[in-house]
Ligand binder design. Structure first.
Ligand code: FES
Ligand code: FES
Length: 992
């Protein structure tokens, strides 16, 4: 029996009521503010069959009791408000949110968590199925999903897909698109053993010998190497552990979007508050009080200095016991505010006379990007068709289920920071600058990362934790609340775009122009990257001889916008794909056809002047969709005819979107270095600095390294992301890890292989095998065995090492955006079929068919998972996601797709091998999302006649537009726009 000490603790602050305005109340909430007074009592229940008695505040949430008092951190907390389902456990056999259940309510109950085996071993069977299907990506939702699935299968013997989806409906997943989760549950429901029913055993099977000249691991659907920890709840995320005695930190944030402030006597607050160790201000920052992505744009203070630029900006940090920092209300702190009128929206920020957000940028323009080729003005008059329009997109929240969290502690003369991150080396640099020390004095130890999607590229908790640990001399931890996470971290840039496309009579693009303003919010973050990437990609994956694209990143007093899966390219894709549909309509061309005749292919030249004489599989992607496209057109026509004749209110449509995306950072060096060592004990260790944020890089890079070396993946130990132990692999972003770090892993494996072969004087096709410390090199008839234990080793016991460094071939862009900004590009074409309720303005996406050129699918299961997840996020961007500061700062008001929102998805993997890629591979992370929104918008237009130029297409927006447009036959469309100006007739299909 576990019987924990008495020690009542107040429940964690929950998301408070949201106030629908930019200036709002304090972002913190406290037990006292909610009238709660902690008391303790002993509560008895069973957990996974074990009786426990816990002395605690009966109002403490069951989630906190399980995690903090019983050490069962497999139960995750994503929102603490009943919205995300990450905390789902079984209470007397029924799924329930442990964050909404008081510990007192659990008295006498049987609690089942992810750590248990579940009724009849159901959890165990589901675990294996999840692994075999690739149903866990980052894994933060996985415990909740497993518990919901156990609930479903223990009550329903042979559930339908709808029943499974219903059971999982309360658990949000931001990574997977739910498809593989549902498949895994259905497989267990059907009693079918998942292929390779024990994926660990599957990996450890007969793969110890590498057949010469083959690549057996690249291309295999291996279960993810970090998967078992995710499906057992053993994986440690940022909030899951901290050193004993760690103090807690709570950040006090600005309730105003633009204000100056003065601080009163904070020492007096510390003196009168038991348990409060310190209140940190900007004066406590020992080094530079700033952070950012680029050396010239480090404009965000760690703690504001008398002036705040957005609601949610960090002003103070309270450090002390958890009770102390949570009990102290923001209203108790002596901060005097002088509120100023904020700049909201890019038009306000660039209007004449607008005040500057930053002193050095009087026009509020952070950065501009430009690309020009040919002469658009000369080409336009001869065009047979001209389409133009304005487009608008919203702030989009990453909504990873794991809020930012971590801890810092002093270790000798170093500060060690453990946190969820996408960029450990950048964290190290920024933290060291803030501390005023050399980077070598900071160690970043990435925890498991519960989703990132670009949002965990910028530092968040890291510098403040380090400062707090240094000031107090004690370990300090922090877990952002959901509201705090959403209010203070970066978003997708809202964009206002104008674009014009011209085509000849055959539909061939002759020119394209784009002007885009991207709202970068109060601080620079990745604004320069967006401004640079958009002009390159702005005209889409098409052959266009005359292009003039310009993009600006503009400061406002809104939440900083940063990196989010695509760096502005998804916004630009909405414009170019809508205009392509417009042109098709004007020229009576099929929408598939106009894309096919314009698609960039091998040997073509991009608008930046880069000749693509390597992988360019868009034509193949489109060809793979053609049969689906034709069938869908006939299907929706038949549906609409029958619906119309029956007086129905539903109409269906089909749309298509294409995309391209340069893999890696734009026009700059972004190398990666990997290391593989062989020890005297026969252990191989893969030192991999690329953080796996759920996409599967740890598995994919290991597959590549294993193939290059010629020994099986299960022989390797993994060290991932630790800045003291691994080399810099660059950031996990820009779809670069498979392509860039994959090459580094390939080179490291090959380097070690070459050294091993040299030991035996063996030829390059020799086969390696490892049995304990005995390494055998078989070269044809000859075979030599080396006992590694007899070889000289370094202090760590290493006898041989392989190193690999690779930097993608990219060149700088000139003033006209000419050059080769990327080593390669990912391409995709997706089609969507939707059903619109013409009375309500609601849209249901019925199906997506996605064709992606990935060069080589190193692990097809993981590749498919990336595409599923990208489609889910694209669907959210198109139809439901709109972050409004002060209004949608929680997962109740900010909606992301649930399992019930997901369409059927069919994937065509196109493998147009990239010569510079590892085994031909390219990236797929961002490409997975970009084509989805325009495909959905095209389908809505096809169904309704309404041209949508503003996302998200919320029901009230479409409803209003439909009131101005009668539902028309597919060949007789009426002009109508949502959120934009001007429209052209919708295309007639079947012309090709
Ligand atoms: S943590 Fe309980 S529902 Fe989100
Ligand atoms: S795997 Fe579901 S949130 Fe990441």
């Amino acid at each position: 029996m576990l019987d924990k000490e008495v020690g009542g603790r107040a429940p964690r602050a929950k998301d408070g009521g949201q106030t629908p305005r930019v200036d709002g109340p304090p972002l913190a909430d406290t037990p006292e503010a909610r009238g709660l007074t902690p008391t303790s009592t002993t509560i008895r229940f069973t957990v996974n069959g074990e009786p426990v008695a816990v002395s605690t505040d009966p109002f403490a949430s069951l989630a906190n009791t399980l995690r903090d008092r019983l050490g069962l951190t497999g139960t995750k907390i994503g929102c603490d408000a009943g919205d995300c389902g990450a905390c789902t456990v079984l209470i007397d056999g029924r799924q329930a949110c442990a964050c909404l259940t008081s510990t007192g309510q659990a008295e006498g109950a049987e609690i089942c968590t992810v750590e248990g085996s579940g009724p009849d071993g159901l959890t165990e069977r589901l675990r294996r199925a999840f692994l075999a299907h690739g149903a866990a990506q980052c894994g933060i939702c996985t415990p909740g999903m497993l518990m919901a699935a156990v609930d479903c299968l223990s009550r329903t013997q042979a559930p339908t897909r709808a029943e499974v989806e219903d059971a999982l409906g309360g658990v949000l997943c931001r990574c997977t698109g739910y498809i593989k989760i549902v498949e895994a549950v259905l497989e267990v429901a059907g009693g079918v053993r998942p292929c390779g029913s024990d994926p660990r055993a599957q990996q450890r099977s007969e793969r110890g010998v590498r057949p010469a000249g083959s690549d057996p691991f690249v291309g295999a659907r291996l279960a993810r190497v970090d998967g078992w920890a995710k499906v057992t709840g053993a994986d440690k995320f940022g909030a899951d552990e901290a050193p004993d005695g760690a103090l807690h930190m709570r950040v006090v944030r600005s309730p105003h979007a633009r204000a100056t402030f003065a601080l009163g006597d904070l020492d007096a607050v510390v003196a009168r508050t038991p348990g409060l160790a310190a209140i940190l201000t900007h004066r406590d920052i020992p080094g530079e009080n700033s952070f950012g992505v680029f050396a010239h744009t480090r404009d965000q203070p760690v703690l504001a200095e008398c002036h705040v630029r957005f609601r949610g900006e960090a002003v103070l940090a309270l450090v002390g016991t958890r009770e102390a920092v949570e009990a102290l209300s923001d209203a108790d702190l002596p901060v005097t505010w002088t509120v100023e009128t904020p700049l909201i929206g890019v038009e306000t920020a660039v209007a004449p006379g607008a005040p500057a957000v930053h002193a050095g940028k009087p026009d509020n323009v952070l950065a501009q990007g430009f690309l020009q080729c040919g002469d658009v003005d000369a080409a336009r008059p001869a065009a047979a068709a001209i389409a133009e329009g304005r487009f608008e997109t919203a702030f989009v929240e990453h909504a990873y289920i794991e809020p930012e969290a971590g801890y810092a502690q002093l270790c000798g003369d170093k500060v060690e920071v453990a946190c969820c991150t996408q960029a450990p080396y950048m964290d190290r640099e920024e933290t060291a600058r803030v501390l005023g020390v050399e980077p070598a004095k900071v160690r970043i130890k990435p925890t498991a990362c519960g989703g990132g999607f670009g949002g965990k590229l910028d530092v968040s908790v890291q510098p403040l934790l380090a400062v707090a640990a240094q000031v107090t001399g004690k370990p300090v931890r922090i877990v952002y609340t959901r509201t705090e996470s959403m209010a203070s971290t970066t978003k997708r840039h809202p964009a206002k775009l104008w674009a014009r496309a011209c085509a000849d009579a055959q539909g061939r693009l002759v020119s394209y122009e784009l002007e885009g303003d991207f709202n970068t919010g109060a601080y620079a973050s990745w604004g320069p990257t967006v401004a640079g990437r958009v002009p390159v990609h702005g005209s889409g994956p098409y052959k266009v001889p005359n292009v003039r694209n310009r993009a600006r990143a503009i400061y406002t007093n809104e939440t900083p916008a940063g990196a989010f899966r695509g760096f502005g390219v998804p916004q630009a894709a909405i414009a170019h794909e809508t205009l392509l549909d417009d042109l098709a309509g004007q020229l009576s061309l099929d929408r598939w056809h106009i894309r096919r005749i314009n698609a960039i292919g091998n040997g073509d030249t991009t608008p930046s002047g880069q000749r693509i004489d390597h992988s360019a599989g868009l034509p193949q992607c489109l060809d793979s969709l053609k049969a689906d496209w034709d069938a869908a057109l006939h299907r929706v026509a038949a549906f609409n005819d029958s619906c119309e004749s029956a007086g129905g209110r539903r109409r269906r449509g089909v749309g298509i979107g294409c995309m391209w995306y340069g893999c890696g950072n734009t026009s700059v060096a972004n190398p990666s270095t990997m290391r593989v060592t062989l020890g005297r004990d026969g252990r191989l260790t893969f030192y991999n600095g690329a953080v796996d944020i759920g996409q599967g890089s740890s598995t994919v890079l290991l597959q590549i390294a294993a193939d290059a070396l010629g020994l099986a993946p299960e022989r390797f130990d993994m060290v991932v992301g630790d800045t003291d132990l691994t080399f810099d692999a660059g950031k996990t972003s820009a779809s670069r890890q498979t392509y860039v770090s994959g090459n580094a892993a390939r080179l490291a494996g090959a380097d070690l292989r070459a050294k091993i072969l040299m030991l035996a004087n063996a030829g390059s096709n020799a086969a390696l095998s490892l049995d304990g410390t005995r390494l055998t090199i078989a070269d044809g008839e000859a075979s030599r065995t080396v006992d590694l234990a007899t070889l000289p080793a370094d202090a760590q016991g290493m006898v041989l090492e392989g190193l690999g460094t690779w930097d993608p071939p990219a060149t700088a862009l000139d003033a006209h955006g000419q050059g080769s900004p990327y080593g390669t590009y990912g391409f995709a074409a997706q089609m969507a079929e939707v059903e619109v309720d013409m009375r309500l303005g609601t849209v249901k996406v019925l199906s997506i068919v996605a064709a992606h050129d990935v060069g080589r699918a190193v692990n097809p299961a993981l590749t498919e998972g990336q595409i599923h997840g990208g489609i889910a996020q694209g669907l959210g961007l198109a139809l439901m996601e709109e972050y409004l500061p002060g209004r949608t700062e929680n997962l109740h008001d900010y909606l992301i797709p649930t399992v019930g929102d997901m369409p059927d998805i069919k994937i065509h993997l196109i493998e147009d091998a990239e010569p510079t890629g590892p085994f031909g591979a390219k990236g797929v992370g961002e490409p997975a999302l970009i084509a989805t929104p325009p495909a959905i918008l095209g389908a809505i237009r096809h169904a309704t006649g309404v041209t949508v130029r503003q996302v998200p297409v919320l029901p009230h927006r479409l409803w209003a537009a439909l009131r101005g447009a009668r539902p028309l036959a597919q060949t007789d469309r009426q002009k109508s726009d949502v959120g934009g100006e001007g429209s052209d007739p919708a295309p007639r299909e079947g012309a090709s």
